[in-house]
Design a binder for this molecule. Structure first.
Ligand SMILES: [Zn+2]
Length: 166
């Protein structure tokens, strides 16, 4: 597990102006992710369980794998979070709960913001996310709750690296 991602191999050359995982448009008025049941309609993705139940067997709904599920499948990360330090190890469960809560909150707003991989190592926790914004949210949330040192670095190709240490 710990060797599953490496920043240099997961990032491919992409057109930075277009998310390569968004559908290109088509004849169906709605698309449904067959894995997480996110719904694509009016050019955006959202979660709506009631709508999913109504439309899941509807032929007008296209069955797809949403951009987040595809990024998870391809291990294609845009956000990297590295947590470390003694305080982290002493409060690991609380901090992991904060991380999970941030993912849930982000997903409720935008289902494309997900954690790809959360790797608990001996002295650190490494998290990859489908979206740079979620990586930043996680770093800021932990910093606010636990203080410590937070560093956020952006790169030109839409990658964000967040490190937090205490
Ligand atoms: Zn999905």
């Amino acid at each position: 597990m710990s060797k599953r991602y490496s920043p240099s191999t997961t990032k491919k050359a992409i057109d930075t102006y277009n998310d390569p995982y968004l559908p290109k448009g088509g004849i169906h008025d709605m698309a449904i992710c067959r894995k997480c049941h996110a719904i694509y309609h009016n050019k955006r993705w959202y979660m709506d369980k009631a709508l999913y139940k109504r439309r899941r067997n509807d032929k007008a709904s296209l069955r797809v794998l949403c951009p987040a599920c595809r990024k998870i499948k391809d291990n294609y990360a845009e956000g990297f979070v590295m947590l470390s330090g003694k305080y982290l190890m002493e409060h690991k469960q609380d901090i992991l709960n904060l991380v999970k809560n941030e993912e849930e909150k982000a997903m409720a707003k935008n289902p494309l913001e997900r954690i790809i991989n959360l790797d608990e190592k001996d002295r650190s926790v490494e998290i990859t996310t489908t979206h740079e914004r979620l990586a930043q949210r996680i770093g800021k949330k932990i910093h606010k709750a636990c203080q410590g040192e937070l560093q956020i670095k952006w790169t030109k190709d839409k990658l964000t690296r967040v490190t937090w240490r205490r």
